[in-house]
Ligand binder design. Structure first.
Ligand SMILES: Nc1ncnc2c1ncn2[C@@H]1O[C@H](COP(=O)(O)OP(=O)(O)OP(=O)(O)O)[C@@H](O)[C@H]1O
Ligand SMILES: Cc1ncsc1CCO
Ligand SMILES: [Mg+2]
Length: 273
């Protein structure tokens, strides 16, 4: 059974009460966007990526997001250390496999991190299809060339082989544990015209993973973000320039009525009800 809007709101209320410390090893483009989205949501962000300290910091963190957007060898070593530290403590972490498939280095990095058993993998359609081993799934750099509807089977297969919950985003978002598929509608067509909003979503999903089990965390993160994205997009008549700021305002103001009015959660890979 997919979560209800009421259950999503209870998860958001729990998150706001807990204010989870979310460690981010994320790309340079998304750092500020992700930190602001986490603060607006009600979590505490920390961008900590030096390999000398990630393991120690992971002892303090309630959740971790690992995002390979601007990867380098030192960062990859830090990502592995942090992911291992979270695994040892049985604390949740989210992998955002940015542009996996674009270069062999990136694909190898994503596979290595996947083998460390992320709690949740969140990517766009091209990334999830590529990570699931589908030939010809290439995106255009960090952008997807495929629709999320095309990636649902890949997401299910990836969830089954990896043991992670997989969230694939686009016009409709999906979350799956390999058996159950949840669909979430909302968001706005301007969202892919503003950079790093997917990265910030992955960070928000990590925050929810501190207060809910994996599939519920992914569903709640997608739903709250979908509602905020819809509200924000509708306030951006002049284009995407202010979208990240509007998105943060909408995350901050989110309540049960706004959630119910601006996103929908469905079961299965069809359209959300
Ligand atoms: N056409 C669309 N309509 C509504 N929402 C959308 C649309 N495209 C993307 N979104 C929303 O935008 C957010 C980011 O998803 P997207 O798939 O674009 O991530 P991404 O490609 O990883 O982004 P980035 O790498 O720039 O951070 C999600 O909340 C998703 O639902
Ligand atoms: C534009 C860009 N380049 C590397 S990471 C990133 C942010 C969106 O994924
Ligand atoms: Mg991305």
């Amino acid at each position: 059974m997919a979560m209800t809007i009421d259950e999503v709101f209870v998860a958001l209320t729990d998150l706001r009460a807990r204010q989870p410390l979310v460690q981010n090893i994320t790309n340079f483009v998304s750092m500020s966007v992700s930190a602001n989205a986490l603060l607006a949501l009600g979590a505490s962000p920390a961008m900590v990526h030096a390999e000398e300290e990630v393991g120690d910091f992971a002892k303090l963190a309630d959740a971790l997001v690992v995002n390979i957007g601007t990867l380098s060898p030192a960062w990859l070593r830090a990502m592995k250390k942090a992911a291992e530290a979270m695994g040892e403590q049985q604390k949740p972490w989210v992998l955002d496999p940015v542009a996996t498939g674009a270069t062999p280095y990136r694909s190898e990095a994503a596979s290595t991190l996947l083998s460390l058993r992320p709690t949740i993998v969140r990517g766009n359609a091209s990334e999830i299809m590529s990570l699931a081993g589908e030939a010809g799934a290439l995106g255009k750099g960090v952008d997807s060339l495929a629709g999320s509807d095309q990636a649902v089977e890949a997401a299910k297969a990836l969830a089954r082989t990896s043991g992670s919950v997989v969230a694939v985003t686009g016009t409709t978002d999906y979350a799956t544990d390999g058996e159950e598929v949840v669909s979430v509608t909302g968001g706005h067509a301007l969202m892919p015209r503003s950079t790093a909003l997917g990265c910030a979503l992955s960070a928000c999903v990590a925050a929810f993973s501190a207060v809910r089990p994996p599939l519920a965390a992914a569903t709640a993160g997608l739903a709250v973000y979908a509602a905020a994205g819809r509200i924000a997009g509708e306030r951006c008549d002049n284009g995407p320039g202010h979208l990240p700021a509007e998105l943060c305002d909408a995350l901050f103001r989110m309540d049960k009525d706004l959630l119910a009015a601006h996103c929908a959660i469905g079961a299965g890979s069809g359209e959300a009800e």
